[in-house]
Design a protein around this ligand. Structure first.
Ligand code: 0O2
Length: 237
């Protein structure tokens, strides 16, 4: 049965091939309302978390006379991607299942200047007592086979609403500008479905080489910065 026709699945209405519905049943309205509320909560968690990062960036830039964070990007996962991910994993299509099984509905990407900034920011986040660390994956120390590098954290942050507090999960990806540059091209490649297996393998191998060059460059840039800092330490203002 097409998921969109399964009356037992709450999120079936958000499925990719939603048939045209002429009468909107009450259960659909209620599910849609709950879904919208959940999405609002995820977007509030993103806002809270971005504020934490901005505070850290302001403090560090005052202390070190440079910004460790170049950019913060954030997104709430699209309904279509949520449904696809639950389906892929064979999980129930419900708001409850989405909230308990998916950690990346709220996603924040932190683009740092240098590799050591990534670890400094992550340590600072770990020390905040209202941030619960659920999981960490260090794809910088252990890059993926295709060359992907980034520091991933799943965190939980409390968000205060009018009459309740909710701990909400956020996926945080921390990476350098160079790592982000590579990842965006790799991501584009994934959606080029017309590539045949051989082309994909060739491009994958080229991308892997680029990832290694990029990692080496990141490493050299850090050592150049450290040399400059040794010779010209930052003066406290
Ligand atoms: P999108 O569109 O960016 O959200 P899971 O997150 O549960 O699916 P996994 O493999 O445990 O599974 O998560 P992992 O390894 O922490 O990776 C999750 C996210 O990291 C991905 O989300 C990507 O954003 C990014 N990522 C991981 N590997 C790669 C990679 O090889 N290339 C690129 N460009 N990004 C990667 P999504 O949901 O896949 O995509």
């Amino acid at each position: 049965m097409n998921i969109a026709q399964n009356p037992n699945s709450e999120l079936s209405h958000f499925a990719v091939n939603t048939p045209q519905v002429f009468e909107i049943p009450e259960t659909f309205r209620e599910t849609a309302r709950q879904f919208q509320e959940a999405m609002m909560q995820y977007s509030c968690a993103i806002r809270e978390f971005k504020t934490k990062l901005e505070v850290l960036n302001d403090e560090l830039s005052m202390r070190n006379a440079r910004n460790p964070i170049e950019m913060i990007k954030a997104r709430v996962k699209k309904p279509k991607s949520i449904v696809e991910k639950l389906q892929r994993r064979g999980l129930p299509l419900s708001i409850e299942s989405m909230e308990s099984n998916l950690d990346d509905i709220a996603g924040v990407r932190v683009i740092c200047s240098f590799v050591d900034d990534i670890y400094e920011i992550s340590r600072m986040l770990e020390r905040q007592d209202d941030v619960t660390i659920i999981a960490i994956k260090d794809y910088i120390k252990a890059p993926k086979e295709n060359g992907y590098r980034s520091y991933h954290m799943i965190v939980e942050v409390p968000v205060f609403f009018s009459s309740s507090k909710k701990n909400i999960r956020v996926e945080v990806q921390i990476r350098t500008i160079a790592m982000d540059f590579w990842a965006s091209l790799d991501h584009q490649l994934k959606y080029k479905k017309q590539l045949d297996a051989q082309e994909a393998a060739e491009i994958g191998a080229e991308l892997k080489k680029c990832a290694d060059v990029i990692a080496e460059t990141d490493c050299k840039m850090l050592s150049i910065r450290q040399k400059i800092e040794e010779k010209h330490p930052t003066q406290e203002e």
